[in-house]
Design a binder for this molecule. Structure first.
Ligand SMILES: NC(=O)C1=CN([C@@H]2O[C@H](COP(=O)(O)OP(=O)(O)OC[C@H]3O[C@@H](n4cnc5c(N)ncnc54)[C@H](O)[C@@H]3O)[C@@H](O)[C@H]2O)C=CC1
Ligand SMILES: O=C(O)[C@@H]1CCC=N1
Length: 270
């Protein structure tokens, strides 16, 4: 039997996940209930065959897998609301919420509820997520199921739960960091003679090529950089100028600050 999925809080990441699961043929739209407070914003998804609802309790009651995808500051209200509808023997709870431990979710939903914490990124909508995953009480079978679910929409790495906020910074926030780098490159391209649209296309494909070189060759970035930097050449001149202006340093500092912030997004008190 196909498992029924309820995505509680269908905003950016909830929607991206729903789209990715259907695109990857992991689930049919009709097996996924999307909830949010104002369902007018989900009309196109209702038209595409998803069940849309503003009733979290009903969505949970009808589901086998409950995916929590509200903001950390919205979580306590949602957990209090759905707790009476949660059945530990039936439901598997998956939380994508930053900075909230499996234990904190169980504190509200019940000690015997299996909780898996996952941290995908928005590339999940196109099957290209880097998803990190941790649990302190899920069965091997449920861990395998969740791994399979997220492997249909990208790569999955299992990590210790105490590294989850670091994974949030590197992978979930990381999408924005790399996108900003691409935008900056395209702006440089405009300054040196290209129209904005062609500069963006060139920057995007160049970034994709760089990522694919590492993925396909399995090499270290510096070894690929060595192949580009001709002695006394223009690449090393540009690269060193960027480093003098703090390129690597600013990325590292940004990732560290995001990780710190990711750990402080939630309080039990709400
Ligand atoms: N956006 C991203 O790239 C990623 C976000 N996350 C985590 O996912 C969670 C959601 O983030 P976003 O999607 O960016 O936020 P968002 O604000 O786009 O989505 C949250 C959704 O929850 C809905 N909502 C709020 N209260 C609700 C309630 N009581 N019942 C039902 N729906 C309710 C809101 O209407 C909204 O659509 C956060 O906890 C975030 O830390 C995790 C990985 C990546
Ligand atoms: O910015 C945020 O808080 C969320 C968590 C990871 C990505 N977006």
């Amino acid at each position: 039997m196909t498992k029924k999925i309820a995505i509680i809080g269908s905003g950016n990441i909830g929607i991206s996940l729903a789209k990715g699961l259907v695109k990857a043929d992991f689930a049919q739209a009709a097996d996924i209930t999307l909830t949010r407070r104002n369902i007018d914003n989900l009309k196109s998804f209702a038209d595409a065959g998803f069940i849309v609802s503003s009733d979290n309790k009903q969505a949970v009651a009808a589901a086998d897998v409950v995916i929590l995808a509200v903001l950390p500051q919205q979580l306590n209200t949602v957990l209090d609301e759905i707790q009476p509808s949660i059945n530990a023997t039936k439901h598997l709870v998956i939380s994508v919420i930053s900075g909230v431990s499996c234990a904190a979710v169980r504190e509200k939903l019940g000690d015997d509820v299996e909780v898996v914490r996952v941290m995908p990124n928005t590339a999940i909508a196109i099957g290209q997520s880097m998803t990190c995953m941790a649990s302190d009480n899920a069965s091997a079978e449920n861990i395998a199921d969740v791994t399979r679910m997220f492997e249909t929409v990208g790569s999955v790495v299992k990590i210790n739960e105490d590294l989850m906020t670091s994974a949030t910074a590197l992978c979930a926030c990381g999408i924005a960091f790399f996108l900003r780098a691409i935008r900056a490159a395209s702006q440089g391209g405009v300054e040196i003679g290209f129209h904005a649209d062609e500069a963006l296309k060139m920057a995007v494909q160049t970034a994709k090529g760089a990522a694919d070189l590492l993925l396909l060759h399995g090499t270290h970035p510096e070894s690929e950089i060595d192949k580009v930097t001709s002695p006394k050449g223009c690449t090393i001149a540009g690269l060193n100028e960027m480093e003098h202006n703090g390129f690597s340093s600013s990325l590292i500092k940004g990732i560290k600050l995001s990780a710190l912030k990711a750990g402080n997004l939630y309080t039990k008190e709400g």
